[in-house]
Design a protein around this ligand. Sequence first.
Ligand SMILES: O=C(O)[C@H]1O[C@H](OP(=O)(O)OP(=O)(O)OC[C@H]2O[C@@H](n3ccc(=O)[nH]c3=O)[C@H](O)[C@@H]2O)[C@H](O)[C@@H](O)[C@H]1O
Length: 660
Amino acid sequence: MTQLKPILSHLDPIIPSTPGKFKPDKFSAYSFHRLRFHPRLALWSFLSVIFILLFFCFSPPDGAAAAKRRSLQTTSYTIRVHLDSNWEVKARNSARPRSKTGFSVLVTGAAGFVGTHVSIALKRRGDGVVGLDNFNNYYDTGLKKARKALVDRAGVYVIEGDINDAVLLRNLFETVHFTHVMHLAAQAGVRYAMQNPNSYIHSNVNGFVSLLEACKNATLQPSIVWASSSSVYGLNSKVPFSEKDRTDQPASLYAATKKAGEEIAHTYNHIYGLSITGLRFFTVYGPWGRPDMAYFFFTKDILKGKEIKIFEGADHATVARDFTYVDDVVKGCLAALDTAKKSTGNGGKKKGAAQFRIYNLGNTSPVPVLKLVAILEKLLKVKAKKKVLPMPRNGDVLFTHANISLARKELGYKPTTDLETGLKKFVKWYIRYYVSKKKSAWLIGGNESGGWMRNGENEKRYGPRHGVQIISPSCETFSESSVAELVSAMAAGWNATLIVETWCQGGDIATSIGLAVASHHTGGRHICIVPDEESRSDYNNAITKSGLLVQVIVGGSIEAMEGLDGIDFLVVDCKQDEYERILRVAKLGQRGAVLVCKNASSRDGLGFGWRSLVDGKSRIVRSVFLPVGKGLDIAHVGAKTGHVKGDNLGKNLLSGNEFS
Ligand SMILES: O=C(O)[C@H]1O[C@H](OP(=O)(O)OP(=O)(O)OC[C@H]2O[C@@H](n3ccc(=O)[nH]c3=O)[C@H](O)[C@@H]2O)[C@H](O)[C@@H](O)[C@H]1O
């Protein structure tokens, strides 16, 4: 295990760079100003300070308290940055190129969408790379960590740190001599700027300046390539957009901060001799993309059967984007690094004029958003529920279209991926990452002869005999499904956020553990409703060994459910005549969730009927698997051969690390 060493560094007092869902701090300049003019507030503040000082004076001087104190003392003006204890060695190793002519590149935003792809591409061709990323929660940090795992595997060391952290940057530049900086860390997204304007200033302006300061102060200044944006063209109506066109009419704060970045870059180039290249990216898309972008959340919502909003201009004008595939953009980034001249300055002193460039990196073929949706429908084989709306005044522009002649001439940039080809690759990745991976990564099941789990192509079996056969390797059909197996598979496919099981009148512990594991792996919650205290302790004993967090509620299934919210997935063990009531209480219909029911008679060894609420037809099945997007509302499921003794399967499931 790597040892973590906390480094306290002096940062902007308010927020980390690209703070994502950051809400403005109460202790802003404005409130501070107010504080000074309110004698009562000032008195309270003074008393609080005295109280805190007294508290520390009389606290026992143990290590934990001391650590706490350190962080308390620094909360307003510093943040903690965790670095591995031997981070310098790791950074130096990671930055070392394979050959003498290779580069040493610092990639900021290395766990971001483009940053991941660029870091891997650089490392693969033999350059040395160190990544920097603050892993903020603007969108799912799980996706950022998964990207980091990819980057790690490519041999790139990624530091968890912030571009606003001047001390960290200084240490980093003193530790490694970077020949180049690929600056991709930014607060992205056009529409989010209306919700959180400060985060754009903080990352795209302050953070950029902080990075340029570190570059300028370096003894051997690196050459800088950084991501500007097509959005700088703003309300420009001359098409295609050329680098010579005006960029003084930004339509969003995001665009304004990117434009500010271009001006700031010019200043650093002019005063300090930094070699700087700005790349105007045009709506970059592809595998490992950003969930806040339309193509990404359209895919998610189409698969979920959720309505998507498609914007149009005045008089039904088409909204279009010059969507650019990530691999093409990566080639442009690498070409910009390859053609960048050296900075001329040294330790903050300019020694001569340095290179300053700006290029469009687009695809040169704008595609209407409606066409994008049509391609997604075709690839996903699902019809989208579309709602066409007038474009809200939220920073969006009607169209973008890149003229790439300059990049073609000077960088040899030549995009080769059309939207359909690129989206095909994206959808393939999306299904693998969000749907199939989970579906096949862990499926658990069992019958009276034992239990099993399946992880990709590997299958582990437990128990003296193995009565379960898997018919399809894609796990779409099973011979003798237990409810645990079935629900686990379903939960994985549905990416459920909450799983509720009612376990009335002595349900099966194996089933419950199956559900708990399923919810754990889907990032969901598992709640077990048990009839009495004895059942609660039986259940707790079995489940605590797994280290899973499970909430156990004692009570009747219907009553217990009244207090629950956000149910994606429900398993009930109840009588048939209770279904409707339970459905009503759980309000499942509104969420398009699935209700799986079993009851005592499902253990009688016969096939069991289930009725689809969609087509109203009854069918007899022994086992079912309900894939994503089939719109099934009720599955009434029974297992042919009964259940494993909870203890056996439970022990097996809990014994190893298979589920980690
Ligand atoms: O080139 C850039 O510099 C920027 O590209 C990207 O911005 P955009 O081109 O606006 O992409 P994106 O949000 O995917 O919307 C795509 C289209 O869908 C339309 N759109 C959007 C949402 C919706 O609900 N409905 C809809 O029709 C919408 O009207 C638009 O026409 C990056 O996010 C940004 O960080 C920056 O890099």
